[in-house]
Design a protein around this ligand. Sequence first.
Ligand SMILES: Cc1cc2nc3c(=O)[nH]c(=O)nc-3n(C[C@H](O)[C@H](O)[C@H](O)COP(=O)(O)OP(=O)(O)OC[C@H]3O[C@@H](n4cnc5c(N)ncnc54)[C@H](O)[C@@H]3O)c2cc1C
Length: 824
Amino acid sequence: MSIAIPFLAFLLAGAFAAYHRLRLAVWAAITAGALIACWLLGANPVATIIAVAVLVAIAAPLLAPNIRKQWITARLLTFYTRLMPPLSDTERTALEAGTVGFEGQLFSGKPDWSQLLSQPKPVLTVDEQAFLDGPCEELCRMTDDWDITHVRADLPPEMWEYMKRNRFFGLNIPKEYGGLGFSALMNHKVIQKLASISSTMATTVGVPNSLGPAELLMHYGTDEQKQYYLPRLADGREVPCFALTGPFAGSDATSIPDYGIVCQGEWNGASVLGIKLTLNKRYITLAPVATLIGVAFRMYDPDALLGDTKDIGISLALVPHDTKGLEIGRRHFPLNTPFQNGPIHGDEVFVPLSQLIGGEDYAGRGWQMLMECLSIGRSITLPSISSGGAKSLACVTGAYARIRKQFGLSVGRFEGVEEALARIAGKAYAISALAQATAAAVSRGENPAVPSTIAKYHCTEMSREVIRDAMDIHGGKGIILGPRNYLGRGWQAIPISITVEGANIMTRSLMIFGQGAILCHPWVMKEMKAVALEDEQQRLDTFDGALFGHIGFAISNAVRSWWFGLTSAHIGKAPGDDYTRRFYRKLDRYSAALALMADTSMLLLGGKLKFKESLSGRLGDVLSQLYIASSMLKRYEDEGRPVGDQPLLAWAFHDSINKIETALSGALRNFPIRPVGWLLWLLVFPWGRRAQAPSDRLGHRAASLLMTPCDARQRLAQGVFLTPGVNNPAGRVDSYLPKVILADPVERKFLKALKNSDIEALDFTSQLDEGVREGWITAEERTQLEELRAMTLDAISVDDFDTEALRSAGYRDLHGRDATRAAA
Ligand SMILES: Cc1cc2nc3c(=O)[nH]c(=O)nc-3n(C[C@H](O)[C@H](O)[C@H](O)COP(=O)(O)OP(=O)(O)OC[C@H]3O[C@@H](n4cnc5c(N)ncnc54)[C@H](O)[C@@H]3O)c2cc1C
């Protein structure tokens, strides 16, 4: 037995040092101390000497920099250079465009939670709140989504006018240029609120305030361009759009075939140097009504008018809509969500060089400009649209499930419906935390490349699940379109969010982990930069530091992952309160597992990892769920740890953890080198997979929250438009909930008495008359029941139409009938 003790001490000292990420010299000292103690306590001297020899053999070369660099680092540098193919310019630009915030900690295997929890609570300024409660509320009140989506296929003129007058298109344009100068957080709040009543309107406002001419001008515009265009964009004199996509360039936007040739041409009556553009774009939001078109194209200078470079590269120009040769105005029809969207064609469209965004200096830098601004838009518009939709659907579906009765019970009381309600509640909580977290990151001045892809993908995917469950719970009420239907258009529109700003399959399988692994990893980017250094000695020195940092990091993650797995993450320091401490520990565990898996994958697969999209997608899922769970914990802290929110937080947290384990186990079972997968399995899941989906009991508590007026429900509803009104059927249904609950006991009493009586009256009014006469209910209770009947009827009613009214005006035109419909 005593033979094993020195080796055991050696391993334990190593594990301790690795777990706590101690320096190499400290590890050597601890191990030496442990071996001396073994010797003093009488352990087998031969075994002790062997252990000391192993220690010296490892520590001596590693602690002598010159030997280490010459014998180890130089060789690994050659191997590394072969393993990691150089980044393409496009990839490098995309990576360099982003900053790293708290998500970097999630890749560290040992997150520093204080970095997350010390971030200031996101709050609006007084002006911002006033805008949200004033013009934004009013715009929602003006909205009749049926009129927009069915009758007009457009926003009515008075809404366009109202939006322009109140500078909805200039939310983030600085005040000095006539905009509102709002923060990214406020941008999120506005889009979230608008989306809760109309996704057509939210998109119309979202696009000018995200990636497009205004954002690009604010970052790169010349003074002249800013002075001229920003005030006009802020007050709606100019309506912008941004045209990148075309028939041959969708997800791979760098392959745009649209081109511009530098040449002499005529502009405002004078002969100037400019670009002749040929372009064929499609799917461009706001194009049919746009007056200022941002165009991405590849710029060529065949006659060397600007210099020696013939292929200047992707460039961005502003083209006024009435420029000769430009053809816009026709519309696409995106799934019955009639925000303005259409193709743009241009043949030999001449614009002067001064129309290049940023002027001549920025010619050829279009891709970099787009990448630098893309995460801003991706962080806000689609996550906020998802958040607005999910929050309002959670509330209205909860109310509906309580109001709608079948088999003598509210449908929400049936366990099957309760399951769906719980999913809606948990996901709405997660979406709103995630959307707010990324908007807050932009507000803090970050350019959150990785969180923006996580938010874009997961907010839209989760909201697709929310709307699917909400449709199921509403049954036929969700299916029959008409002014009373507050679900159908959302159901139709959700694939749009999935597709735009980076289609979801590609975002998951290529971008989240692909960017995260390089950008957020504490050592990979440093190694890549070191390899690219020209000076040989500097390259070796820098690579040496990064490499040994990386090796220590990898060993530490293996130890931490195994230890957390062994203890089921029950032991360890963690922030939070009694309720959430275990949540933080679990995230520590999976952060270590992610870092371990990421390192092993990169080491063994190198550049080929890029093409292993299933593995990359699964590791991306782990990173995403870590980020989502962290956002929820931050939200819980920011809200003052409300006990009422615990069922929502717990449901969503367990869902996240279950998804993390599903992704990790999927990645391990399918690891391209099988034995490595088996070995990693032992480190990540020493007791096997343990996480479970949220329990039914938790689901019951989460679902009940949606069906009962309470603080947690109110917090969930915060920031969405649920003001009841003629054009807001969802708001009406939601507003009935407290009254319906109050009337519940009266209804039960009445129905019981009715059942036990021999009264034959069949119609409701006569039954009530009898009830009052017989003394089962008072006159006030009768009124209460009448109100209950009216509210229920309003909640469950659907629309019907004449065939003629359902035919589109276009159809009637074609058939020579009356094209004007009185429905407007
Ligand atoms: C309603 C609407 C509004 C839009 N607004 C604008 C706008 O204002 N301006 C603008 O420039 N563009 C706009 N777009 C274009 C939008 O960004 C593109 O539709 C999107 O980039 C996807 O291109 P695609 O539709 O051609 O799909 P494709 O590129 O053909 O992709 C098809 C499928 O293949 C997947 N895929 C592609 N490559 C990979 C890969 N490497 N790995 C895994 N999966 C992959 C995609 O995820 C997708 O699921 C809009 C599109 C729509 C539908």
